[in-house]
Ligand binder design. Structure first.
Ligand code: NI
Length: 188
C-alpha cells in the first residue's frame, strides 16, 4: 500500500501535467493502482492505523500524486457524524472523470483546503462550483453520472484538478485570500 513516502510533493512536475486517459478494460497494473488509491483513503481515515503508519488522513487521492499520470482518482467522503447510516456520502474510484455541468452558484469550504501533496498550510478560500454533474467510469468500465453538492462536490473538483495539473491554492485570491465571491456558499 501507499505510504506518505510514496506521495509526490508540490514542486514535482508530474503534479502540473495533464494526465492521460485510461483505457478499458483496465490493465492489471491499473486495477492494482485503483485498489491502492482507495486503500490509502480507507486506512488513513482509521485513526489508529493512520497514527501507526504515519498517514495524513485524506478524502481523495489522484494517480499523479503517486507518480502515475493517468486520469484516475479515489474519493472517499465518509458519512456525516450525525448521520444514522455509516454509508459513505461518496466512495468510488473515478476514472476519466468529466464535469459536465457546473452550478452558477459558487462554493468554498470555510476552513479552506489541504492536499496530501502540499505539506504546508495555505490559508484562503478555494473558490469552486457549489454543485456539479460528474460523469466517470468505475473500475469495471461502467459509466456513472452523479450530481454532487457542497463538500463531496468540492472533493471531486479538487481531485479532478489534479488530473489537469491544477492545485487547490491556484484558486485562492492572491491579493486577498479571504475575499468572498459574489453568490458564494460556505460549507464544511
Ligand atoms: Ni490534493
Amino acid at each position: 500500500m501507499f505510504l506518505m513516502k510514496d506521495i509526490v510533493r508540490d514542486g514535482d512536475p508530474i503534479l502540473r501535467k495533464t494526465a492521460e486517459k485510461v483505457k478499458f478494460p483496465l490493465s492489471e497494473k491499473d486495477k492494482k493502482l485503483a485498489q491502492d488509491l482507495m486503500e490509502y483513503l480507507e486506512v488513513s481515515q482509521d485513526e489508529k492505523q493512520a497514527e501507526k503508519l504515519h498517514l495524513r488522513a485524506g478524502v481523495g487521492l489522484a494517480a499523479p500524486q503517486v507518480g502515475v499520470s493517468e486520469m484516475m482518482a479515489s474519493v472517499l467522503v465518509p458519512a456525516d457524524e450525525d448521520s444514522e447510516s455509516d454509508k459513505p456520502v461518496f466512495k468510488d474510484v473515478i476514472i476519466n472523470p468529466l464535469i459536465v455541468s457546473n452550478s452558477v452558484q459558487r462554493g468554498a469550504l470555510t476552513e479552506g483546503e489541504g492536499c496530501l501533496s502540499v505539506d504546508k498550510d495555505i490559508p484562503g478560500y478555494v473558490h469552486r462550483s457549489a454543485r456539479i454533474t460528474l460523469d466517470y467510469q468505475d473500475v469495471d468500465g461502467k459509466k456513472h453520472e452523479v450530481r454532487l453538492r457542497n463538500y463531496p462536490a468540492v472533493v471531486c473538483q479538487h481531485e479532478i484538478d489534479h488530473l489537469h495539473g491544477i492545485l487547490f491554492y491556484d484558486h485562492i485570491n492572491k491579493d486577498n485570500p479571504f475575499k468572498k465571491e459574489e453568490n458564494e456558499l460556505f460549507f464544511y
